[in-house]
Ligand binder design. Structure first.
Ligand code: SF4
Length: 259
């Protein structure tokens, strides 16, 4: 897992070191801890790597805590869909104060959202799966794709047990065309592992978690869950479980948005 310069491979206009490709394809990264895989990512990609943090899941904050301690100038970004609850914006400012990290806030294309709302209304997502995915695509997937186009790697808080759509997630994945490396350091962590880390390290998390929200996305598409209810039950609760991805992580961003 050397980060030393040597032979390179050109993929879709970008250049990945052959050692990086070897590391990913050999499967040996699967045995590394979360911190070890972040060190591997920083060594190979920083500053062309960024953590995707929704500020609505404790996983992203756990990674932000780890990453900024390993590299204070590590990059962190969030997607501001325009429909996030105030508690999420409050958390961004708390994190800026505590960690001194300049969170890169990525916005949707204003013209595209304006046209969608004009044609479909403010709350189109309740009307059909197709309209929900359209909203996710314009507010999340397209801005995310635009931001990632300038990176070589991104870090996510995906865990296999989060959803039926995520059970096959690997610790490190190569995106379509070998264009972008996706690093999932917490892929084999349980929810209990995440919350223990939060408690042990005093990691700031979204205040809505205390009010029954296991995850927090856009305000109109997130609700609190009952005790014992599935952790993802509060997201797009009117849809089938297999449809519950926003497209950010589904088959690489083809359809909609899963933050
Ligand atoms: S989660 Fe809801 S409001 Fe947010 S982008 Fe998707 S459909 Fe739109």
């Amino acid at each position: 897992m050397s980060a030393a310069p040597s032979q390179t491979v050109r993929t879709s206009g970008k250049v990945l070191k052959s050692e990086v490709l070897d590391d990913i394809r050999s499967g040996r990264l699967e045995s590394l801890s979360a911190e070890e895989i972040l060190i591997w990512g920083l060594g190979n990609f920083h500053p062309r790597m960024a953590l995707s943090c929704s500020f609505g899941n404790p996983e992203g904050l756990v990674l932000l805590h780890m990453l900024t301690r390993l590299e204070p100038s590590a990059r962190v970004y969030m997607l501001d869909t325009g429909r996030l609850p105030q508690e999420t914006h409050d958390l961004v400012d708390r994190v800026r104060d505590r960690y001194g990290v300049a969170v890169e806030v990525v916005m949707p294309d204003a013209g595209a959202v304006q046209e969608m709302v004009r044609a479909q209304g403010q709350n189109l997502f309740y009307e059909s799966l197709e309209k929900r995915k359209l909203c996710c695509r314009l507010r999340k997937v397209e801005p995310n794709r635009r931001f990632l186009a300038d990176l070589d790697a991104h870090v996510t808080g995906l865990r296999r047990e989060q959803n039926v759509t995520r059970t096959g997630t690997a610790r490190v994945e190569l995106g379509e065309g070998g264009r972008l490396v996706k690093i999932n350091p917490l892929v084999d962590w349980s929810r209990e592992d995440v919350m223990k880390f939060v408690r042990d390290h005093g990691v700031p998390v979204n205040r809505l978690h205390q009010r029954g929200y296991p995850t927090v996305g856009c305000a109109p598409c997130t609700r609190a869950v009952e005790p014992g209810e599935d952790i993802r039950a509060g997201r797009w609760w009117w849809e089938n479980p297999e449809d519950k991805e926003c497209g950010l992580h589904a088959g690489e961003e083809k359809d909609g948005s899963g933050i």
